[in-house]
Design a protein around this ligand. Structure first.
Ligand code: HEC
Length: 111
């Protein structure tokens, strides 16, 4: 009896640990995206992506990940952009693939 109670408790601890780790990992990913966005993007695009920069850029708030990735990769390889694309080119050139994906994921969740 004591043994089965202990077993039960162990299982509970095991599952809550699992849960903690999984949610911790995704929290961490979105946290990285948030930090990147706040440091590198928000002063132009707005805290929530709600601003059009220099009246040139689209409002990027809530853009789907694929759409943002396409734009950012395009700025990087010079296949995308309008009159002010030079601004974005410089920014994206300094970002690695992981950071680009993290920030794109964060932007999709901006409301
Ligand atoms: C110095 C201001 C500035 C900063 C900082 C900046 N952007 Fe931009 N962004 C612009 C401008 C200006 C454009 C429009 C460029 C053009 O003419 O194509 C733009 C365009 C974009 C677009 C495409 C919008 C469209 O109109 O098609 C995306 C997506 C984007 N930025 C994401 C980001 C992300 C992500 C960051 C941070 C890593 C960032 N930007 C940082 C100024 C900025």
């Amino acid at each position: 009896m004591v043994l089965s109670v202990l077993n039960f408790m162990n299982q509970k601890v095991f599952f809550s640990l699992c849960f903690f780790c999984c949610s911790g990992a995704s929290l961490l990913a979105s946290h990285v995206g948030e930090r990147l966005y706040m440091q590198k993007c928000s002063h132009c695009h707005g805290l929530k992506g709600e601003q059009s920069v220099f009246e040139t850029s689209a409002v990027i708030q809530g853009w789907q990940i694929d759409k943002t990735l396409q734009a950012l990769h395009g700025y990087k390889d010079h296949s995308y952009g309008s009159t002010k694309k030079g601004v974005m080119k410089v920014i994206v050139a300094r970002m690695d693939e992981k950071s680009i994906e993290d920030v794109a994921t964060y932007i999709e969740n901006l409301k």
